[in-house]
Write a protein that binds this ligand. Structure first.
Ligand SMILES: Nc1ncnc2c1ncn2[C@@H]1O[C@H](COP(=O)(O)OP(=O)(O)OP(=O)(O)O)[C@@H](O)[C@H]1O
Length: 291
């Protein structure tokens, strides 16, 4: 896969003891596209997200991000295990040691990938605005001295962080809630706040895990419009796990279908809708089985 991809996953596998959650999964996310990852319950969708973001360490394969003008090997920046050959190749050893000491999920975020969760994970006891300011800590002036002396540079960085937070609050229609506690918001508002918080980390690829779960049809339509805006006016690439097929078919440029940890189909919405393998996977039927 080439530079027009913002994410390239090749031959990824993930084992949990005897459970093969992902097997030889390869897929790409086109820059500036909305790509949906669908499949029946237990197909491995969230496991794939967890591998992309470093919550799980993939058992094999590769994950590459092409963001911020560079290529990032996700498994490398998470800190790979040492290998025998490292001890005769000092540069390789030093690189692996560096990422063992200083690597982790924060490096994946810094490279330009942000995500939301199936079960909302906001800082419930913080205000809406504070949730968005915390998300910007990587971009703020974190010098203790600058903070104590309240230097002009420090104040400027704080003003920019506030402006950035309000920009995203406006986009997800939550400006009026800026000073409310995040935990007090309605379910739909919390889902939108999660997206705003992810956007505050200035990602180039946003991974959304079932963003429409629990939303009513009006809220789902509003969410679809927000995701389209992110693609069309912010040049963001989106990878989306979603069970709401109306939304998936309505907003996706490309769909990848997982079943039992394997990619069984990939293509445009119209092709996926009528793919017999996809229909069989969703109905739980075996294609080979006689009717
Ligand atoms: N931490 C874990 N330990 C053991 N097994 C796991 C773990 N996480 C996921 N699995 C298993 O991996 C498989 C894929 O699960 P996963 O949650 O990725 O599916 P999914 O497609 O996201 O399902 P859903 O649509 O229901 O969220 C399942 O068999 C699940 O039980």
């Amino acid at each position: 896969m080439t530079g027009e991809h913002v994410l390239s996953v090749a031959h990824l596998s993930m084992q949990f003891g005897g459970i093969r959650a992902l097997h030889d999964v390869s897929l790409g996310v086109q820059r500036g596209s909305i790509t949906a990852l669908i499949g029946p319950n237990g197909a491995g969708k969230t496991t794939l997200f967890n591998c992309l973001t470093g919550f799980y360490r993939a058992s094999g394969g590769s994950i590459r991000l092409y963001t911020r003008g560079m290529a990032t090997d996700v498994l490398q920046v998470l800190g790979e295990p040492f290998q025998l050959g490292d001890f005769v190749r000092p540069r390789q050893f030093a690189s692996r040691l560096w990422y063992k000491l200083f690597g982790g999920t924060h490096r994946v975020n810094r490279a330009g990938l942000a995500r939301t969760f199936q079960n909302i994970r906001l800082f419930r006891e913080m205000s809406v605005l504070e949730n968005l300011l915390v998300a910007q800590h990587l971009w703020l002036n974190r010098s203790l001295l600058a903070g104590v002396l309240n230097t002009p540079g420090f104040r400027r960085a704080e003003e920019q962080a506030l402006a950035h937070a309000f920009y995203w609050l406006e986009l997800v229609d939550l400006v009026d809630c800026a000073n409310r506690l995040a935990g007090e918001l309605s379910y739909g508002q919390q889902r939108r706040l999660e997206i705003a918080r992810a956007m505050c980390t200035r990602p180039q690829l946003l991974c959304l895990d079932e963003p429409a779960a629990g939303l009513n049809p009006a809220e789902t339509a509003a969410l679809g419009a927000i995701i389209r805006t992110l693609r069309d006016t912010h040049q963001l690439s989106v990878l989306l796990i979603e069970h709401d097929m109306g939304m998936v078919m309505g907003i996706s440029d490309h769909i990848v279908v997982l079943d039992h940890g394997e990619v069984i189909a990939a293509g445009a919405p119209a092709a996926i809708r009528s793919d017999p393998k996809v229909i069989a996977a969703y109905l739980g039927a075996d294609e080979e089985e006689p009717a």
